[in-house]
Ligand binder design. Structure first.
Ligand code: AMP
Ligand code: MG
Length: 424
């Protein structure tokens, strides 16, 4: 088991164990933001036929090669092709087809002119300048060639991909199932939403932060319950969560106080701990392990490698530490379970300049939460407030973590590594 390790080691140890939780088909109309689980190979050219980008006339470029204002060329209109029509005849010397935007260019024609650049009657069109062969023709396969690999599994369905799938006639794409994340709060001082304020007690905020973060990341979440500081009760809730959930997140009781029994409860419920304690501020306290549902139940519950492995995260109760560990360690593991390709599980690294000096030296890596202005040419990061592990107000409105290596300080405007919290 890793102890006091770099957060990336704990993250990678967990990542190694898990896999996507399964696949299902979904209606394309309800698939925005889902992770695609199939390869898509273009079954047909897009566009499927040579087509016109304008309302105008299609003809043979050769017929107008000597056209000028003094010697205009008049062609006889032999066809009318609306979008959705097929040409009724092919175009021969001296002929033109009147056609609409999106209509197929008829055989024989190799150029199109928009009607504004012609003079025309119902029967004839007159052209007074040469036109190159191929002008204003959108050729079949210009956008996508048949046989091209359009996308591989493990990418999110964004607006462009949704349209691309539709273009290939895929209206029931195979997507990865959304992992269901069970959230457990521990701590005798925690009040639930239906309880009145009481001396020495605080409302449960971690539950809501964690569920919001999971849902925004594209997972489903369920609140399993609160457990006080009783090891057996915590172990019971973990046992309940692993019956239905693909991942479990606990908060509280992971330090070394008299009442901190979450890691023991994890072990008691069958979790194998991979890391205990991190070299990370905030987020030093934490226990990370896996529960092997396949192994425990003696049968295979998932189709893919790692799909029966349930990661169990015991995070600090301090709200900001809890969320720092969520983004640094938990989210990449959940993204793996969501089906994201290996390279897309980790947050993108960026370089930022801090708006103010950070002059405190830490013994561990310090993740400073703040707000990066992504519109600026050089990313500037504003620290959103106090960096104490209990300061939740500075997590709100932040979108990135700047990473201050152990033993270092950073001056304002000095470039420093950072990573984004979401939307990657
Ligand atoms: P612990 O990790 O149990 O040592 O708790 C550290 C701090 O976080 C204590 O001040 C707790 O009261 C607080 N805390 C624990 N759980 C929660 C929670 N669910 N919501 C808000 N604060 C919490
Ligand atoms: Mg506690």
């Amino acid at each position: 088991m890793l102890q006091g390790c770099d957060y990336r080691e704990a993250r990678d140890a967990m990542l190694e164990q898990v896999g996507p939780v399964g696949t299902e088909t979904a209606a394309l109309s309800a698939s925005a933001g889902r992770v695609l689980a199939q390869e898509v190979i273009a079954q047909a050219d897009i566009p499927p036929f040579d087509r016109s980008p304008y309302d105008g006339y299609a003809f043979r470029a050769q017929d107008v090669e000597n056209a000028s204002e003094q010697t205009p060329v008049t062609l006889r209109i032999v066809d009318y092709i609306a979008a959705g029509d097929v040409p009724h005849t092919c175009i021969r010397a001296g002929e033109a087809a009147h056609l609409m935007t999106g209509a197929p260019v008829p055989e024989g024609a190799d150029a199109v002119l928009p009607f504004e650049r012609t003079r025309f009657t119902e029967e004839e069109v007159t052209i007074d300048a040469p036109v190159k062969s191929g002008s204003n023709v959108i050729y079949a396969g210009e956008d996508v060639r048949k046989g091209t690999v359009l996308c591989s599994p493990g990418i999110r369905i964004d607006a462009g991909l949704a349209g691309t799938l539709a273009g290939q006639g895929i209206f029931q794409p195979l997507v990865y199932k959304k992992p269901l994340v069970g959230v457990i709060s521990t701590g005798s001082e925690i009040l639930e939403e239906n309880e009145p304020p009481a001396p020495g007690h605080i409302y449960n905020s971690n539950r809501y932060s964690l569920q919001a973060a999971c849902e925004l990341a594209g997972c489903r979440s369920v609140y399993i319950g609160t457990a006080g500081d009783d090891r057996d009760v915590i172990a019971g809730l973990i046992g309940k969560a692993v019956q239905t959930c693909h991942a479990v997140i606990l908060s509280g009781g992971v330090s070394v106080g008299d009442f901190d029994c979450t890691p023991e409860a994890m072990v008691q419920s069958g979790v194998r701990l991979l890391a205990h304690g991190l070299s990370l501020k905030p987020g030093m306290a934490g226990a990370y392990g896996i529960y092997d549902a396949d192994h425990e139940s003696g049968h295979c519950r998932g189709e893919e490698k790692g799909s029966g492995v349930i990661p169990v995260f015991g995070l600090s109760g301090n709200p900001a530490a809890c969320m720092t560990a969520f983004y640094a360690v938990v989210l990449p593991v959940l993204r793996r379970q969501m089906g994201y390709a290996a390279g897309a599980c980790l947050p993108p690294q960026i370089r930022v300049r801090l708006a103010k000096d950070y002059s405190r030296k830490n013994q561990s890596t310090r993740l400073l939460r703040g707000k990066v202005d992504l519109k600026a040419a050089v990313q500037e990061m504003e620290i959103t407030g106090g960096q104490g592990n209990q300061v939740l107000s500075s997590v709100a409105g932040s979108n990135a973590f700047a990473e201050i290596p152990a033993g270092e300080t950073v001056q304002a405007q000095e470039p420093v590594n950072a990573f984004l919290m979401g939307d990657f």
